[in-house]
Design a binder for this molecule. Structure first.
Ligand SMILES: *[C@@H]1O[C@H](CO)[C@@H](O)[C@H](O)[C@H]1NC(C)=O
Ligand SMILES: *[C@@H]1O[C@H](CO)[C@@H](O)[C@H](O)[C@H]1NC(C)=O
Ligand SMILES: *[C@@H]1O[C@H](CO)[C@@H](O)[C@H](O)[C@H]1NC(C)=O
Ligand SMILES: *[C@@H]1O[C@H](CO)[C@@H](O)[C@H](O)[C@H]1NC(C)=O
Ligand SMILES: *[C@@H]1O[C@H](CO)[C@@H](O)[C@H](O)[C@H]1NC(C)=O
Ligand SMILES: *[C@@H]1O[C@H](CO)[C@@H](O)[C@H](O)[C@H]1NC(C)=O
Ligand SMILES: *[C@@H]1O[C@H](CO)[C@@H](O)[C@H](O)[C@H]1NC(C)=O
Ligand SMILES: *[C@@H]1O[C@H](CO)[C@@H](O)[C@H](O)[C@H]1NC(C)=O
Ligand SMILES: *[C@@H]1O[C@H](CO)[C@@H](O)[C@H](O)[C@H]1NC(C)=O
Ligand SMILES: *[C@@H]1O[C@H](CO)[C@@H](O)[C@H](O)[C@H]1NC(C)=O
Ligand SMILES: *[C@@H]1O[C@H](CO)[C@@H](O)[C@H](O)[C@H]1NC(C)=O
Length: 795
């Protein structure tokens, strides 16, 4: 071999090396004849995205994909060969002379291709754009696009990407979830446009079962995703013309890294990358409750947001594939640990009761008269896996999907009895005994509660719920009137005169301190009263005052609550020597929002409080706020609104719809919350203003300053001497001004308020509520006097 050929070799080597370096460092494109292999990548011009081969997690499979270059956590936004992995990085991505982009494995077998071709050779180029779109285009005309990855989305919709349908070819762009954390092949869930042609999107399970809709496009956004508005994004479009129909959106600030993804769990989620903390934070998700994704936990799974991960197997079951379960794919569900012994009389099957569950919909009704007959109807049918008897007998066969705790708005639900092999349950001779025992236990616990001191110390910032044990589900009342008379020393120590009656301090015989509220003007019958009180008593949350029991004897109606040593918020807030520092105020605001959000959205029957004001916020030892007096609207029925609107001390907090007569929704609480939040900021009542001619109503002043971008620190309570976190102060002001918008539709939900205060959800600058000034002028600042007892005697 001659020297020349050696030199030739070296040149070639240099050429190849420089090509590699060129590819992995600078280039954003692949030209004809070039290829990508091994760990070579191309990067979009602005450095936002990178394309190359990747291996998800601990998987052994390789894929071609696009990810964020600036995000430290590997986050894929697009995958080419989703369900055809390759196993060796000697594979190659090549752009052929005729303009076909081809991925082939180490044996040169094609794995994936764009199937494109051009009649003129060497006229195409593949470019990774800075919006994450990978396009194949004419080399001399950048707007002549032959193929683009935005038309083949995987689980992520990027800004300017699209989900829709080509009306001519019938091609659809849909999002489909990954199968699991390590497998990008299409999973069970898809987001697709209504095939019937309306302007809404559905989330669909297994290509057949719809479980959520976006609602129709209203020109600005989709009815069920109010977050998707130009408030948060610069451009949102639903395009529908003769050729195609699709949805796309964008954001002007290109430094914002945000993604819209259909998660493995069947929720669509919008995340935002926080560069400071190097993590993705959730902006919003749908369905709101992850347990509402169809069959997210598969058969015999138990879904609850209290679990992490959200899926667990029912008692007596185990994951059908622990490996998938580990990778956040729960759709395979659970299988029995012990097979059923159907038919075997002696060793037969038993039932376990699960209280308060939402029922799967695939039941059959049986015409039998008692729970016993219903049970035996199930027991004698080998394919029956559960029954329930409330008013009628329902029987389920096969796998039970969508088992979850009953929550607000759910209709079909109650106790359900799951069939298990006898050996999975504690040994007893027959299942009826278990049932009787359960009833007995409930009775004993219920009676015993008087004597047991239950001291629970709830850490304020932790969001914990009282375990739904039998004892906690029913308030420990009824109390005897005489008992309460003794406990309160004949109602001698008055804590305050709240709405609907006075409150007295008391000590139960077990020395538990309590607050006893004597209701005035309740006109409900005994039975309704009890029913409502039991409902209210079941509502328990760390930010709600716990109802311990009640008394109902002839006309006497009393409610017994946990006693809160620090009293009500107004006492601390409006004092001249207020000690409430900003940190505490912010936590109080957040806690109240959490409590209200629970009332509105999380508990079984949505409850509107209707009377949010500082007097109704109590503080425990740790200054953890607890909302008091919720559920009273239920106890007072239709008299409630009349009492409320004429009541002293409530006016400054009442939403305009109370006065205008529009229907009252949970957004009325949002309004009152906003007014109160402003008072938390200023340390003064909004209505308690100096009466010289040129003052401005405080809420309007806040809205105006935000609107004009003026400084806001001077809005802070002067007692704090400027000692506050500016960012938090701004958040509090922004959210408060959104809360007091005239139109209830513009007010955020309590859930969003929580997210906003926690900093994981953004709100834009609020407009100035126009009607507010008029309303205030009409009401006048001088509160009319008049005691509530007067009002009652008039009705
Ligand atoms: C690419 O892979 C080669 C060998 O496979 C390795 O030597 C090199 O360090 C890798 N480069 C990068 C940037 O990871
Ligand atoms: C990939 O395949 C080539 C050709 O078969 C082989 O030489 C190489 O060792 C393989 N690489 C890996 C990482 O398996
Ligand atoms: C290319 O064609 C093959 C075979 O028809 C098809 O399976 C594949 O999905 C096509 N690729 C793209 C990117 O459309
Ligand atoms: C296309 O480009 C390749 C290499 O870049 C070259 O070998 C080939 O001759 C070109 N073909 C035409 C028709 O120009
Ligand atoms: C690419 O664009 C050039 C200039 O616009 C045009 O002459 C050429 O025909 C185009 N090539 C293809 C394959 O469309
Ligand atoms: C580039 O391509 C676009 C779209 O195919 C076409 O409308 C335009 O006329 C082309 N421009 C040139 C200079 O050929
Ligand atoms: C999903 O649908 C297919 C076809 O309709 C069916 O064969 C399959 O059993 C379904 N998967 C599950 C988990 O039900
Ligand atoms: C993100 O933070 C890193 C340091 O943590 C910094 O180097 C980088 O410039 C930041 N990126 C952006 C877009 O702010
Ligand atoms: C299902 O989950 C709920 C919590 O949401 C729990 O109370 C219940 O005991 C669980 N049921 C079973 C049978 O695991
Ligand atoms: C699941 O993950 C845990 C920890 O991440 C690990 O210890 C366990 O072995 C995994 N189980 C399976 C079946 O992969
Ligand atoms: C047994 O239960 C299954 C599932 O509920 C039902 O389809 C079937 O008709 C039942 N058989 C009898 C004999 O009732």
């Amino acid at each position: 071999m001659g020297i020349e050929s050696k030199i030739c070799h070296i040149y070639l080597l240099i050429l190849i090396l420089s090509l590699e370096i060129h590819l992995s460092v600078a280039s954003n494109a692949i030209s004809t004849g070039q290829s990508l292999t091994g760990n070579q990548t191309i990067t979009s011009e602005g450095g936002m995205y990178e394309l190359g081969f990747f291996k998800p997690g601990n998987s052994l499979n390789y894929y071609l994909g696009i990810w964020y270059k600036q995000v430290s956590v590997q986050t894929l936004v697009w995958v080419a060969n989703r369900d055809k992995p390759f196993f060796n990085t000697s594979s190659e991505l090549t752009l052929s002379e005729d303009g076909n982009l081809l991925l082939s494995n180490q044996f040169n077998n094609p794995i994936w291709s764009t199937n494109s071709s051009s009649s003129l050779l060497n006229t195409t180029v593949a470019v990774l754009l800075d919006n994450g779109n990978f396009v194949l285009r004419n080399v001399s005309n950048s707007s002549s696009i032959i193929w683009q990855s935005f038309y083949y989305p995987t689980d992520t919709l990027l800004f300017n990407g699209r989900v829709g349908r080509n009306k001519i070819t019938g091609e659809v762009q849909l999002l489909s979830s990954w199968t699991n954390l390590e497998n990008p092949s299409p999973g069970m869930f898809t987001l697709e446009i209504d095939p019937e042609g309306s302007s809404q999107y559905y989330l669909v399970w297994n290509k057949s079962q719809r479980y959520w809709t976006s609602g129709l496009w209203n020109g600005q956004t989709f009815a069920n995703i109010p977050e998707l508005t130009t408030k948060y994004f610069s451009d949102i479009e639903f395009v529908s013309n003769e050729r195609e129909t699709y949805f796309t959106y964008s954001y002007q600030d290109t430094s914002l890294i945000s993604r819209f993804v259909l998660d493995i769990s069947g929720q669509i989620r919008q995340y935002k990358w926080l560069n400071n903390s190097q993590e993705w934070v959730l902006m919003w998700s749908r369905p709101n409750n992850p347990c509402d994704a169809f069959s997210v936990c598969g058969s015999f799974g138990n879904c609850s947001t209290k679990f992490s991960p959200i899926c667990r197997c029912l008692h007596g079951f185990e994951p059908s594939s622990p490996k998938d379960w580990n990778l956040s794919d729960w759709s395979g569900g659970c299988v029995r640990k012990t097979p059923l012994r159907c038919g075997d009389k002696r060793q037969g099957d038993r039932f376990q009761m699960m209280p308060n569950m939402q029922w799967p919909t695939n039941f059959q009704k049986y015409k039998v008269q008692s729970i016993k007959e219903c049970q035996s109807a199930c027991l004698t049918n080998c394919s029956c896996s559960a029954y329930s008897y409330i008013v009628e007998c329902l029987i389920w066969g096969g796998g039970l999907r969508n088992l979850k705790e009953l929550s607000a708005g759910d209709v079909n639900g109650g106790d359900i009895f799951i069939r298990l092999a006898a050996s999975e349950l504690p040994q007893t001779t027959n299942s009826k005994k278990i049932f009787n025992l359960a009833i007995l236990a409930v009775g004993v616990v219920g009676l015993g509660l008087f004597g047991i001191i239950v001291v629970r110390i709830w850490r304020c910032r932790e969001r914990r719920f009282i375990a739904p044990s039998w004892a906690a589900r029913v308030p420990s009342g009824p109390f005897k009137y005489r008992e309460l008379q003794i406990a309160t020393k004949n109602f001698s120590e008055k804590l305050g005169a709240g709405s609907f009656g006075s409150v007295f301090k008391g000590t139960l015989s077990d020395s538990t301190p309590v607050a006893v509220k004597m209701l005035e003007g309740s006109r409900q019958g005994e039975k309704e009263f009890r029913a409502e009180v039991i409902t209210i008593g079941r509502i328990q949350h760390v930010n709600l005052v716990r109802l311990r029991g009640f008394c109902s004897e002839s006309a006497k109606r009393l409610l017994v609550y946990d006693h809160m040593p620090n009293g009500s918020l107004d006492k601390h807030l409006f004092r001249k020597d207020s000690q409430l520092e900003w940190k505490v105020r912010y936590q109080v605001a957040l806690g109240i929002a959490k409590g209200l959000s629970y009332l509105h959205e999380k508990c079984r029957e949505c409850i509107i409080h209707c009377d949010i004001k500082p007097e109704n916020i109590l503080l425990d030892v740790d200054f953890c706020p607890k909302v008091a007096d919720f559920g009273l609207s239920k106890l007072f029925g239709r008299h409630f609104s009349r009492v409320l609107t004429t009541m002293r001390g409530t006016r400054g907090y009442l939403a305009p719809e109370w006065i205008s007569g529009l229907p009252i929704t949970s957004k009325a609480d949002v309004y009152s919350y906003g007014m109160m939040l402003l008072e938390i900021v200023s340390g003064r009542r909004n209505l308690d203003q100096p009466k010289d001619g040129n003052f401005e109503f405080f809420p309007i002043c806040v809205a105006r300053r935000l609107h004009n971008g003026e400084e806001i620190l001077s809005l802070l309570d002067y007692k704090l001497e400027g000692d506050a976190d500016l960012e938090e102060l701004k958040r509090a002001c922004i959210v408060a001004c959104w809360c007091i918008q005239d139109d209830e539709k513009n007010r955020p939900s309590m859930g969003h308020i929580v997210q906003f205060l926690e900093g994981i959800y953004e709100l834009s600058t609020p407009p100035i509520p126009l009607d507010l000034q008029c309303l205030v002028d009409n009401l006048g600042y001088q509160e009319t006097s008049g005691s509530s007892s007067q009002i009652y005697s008039n009705t």
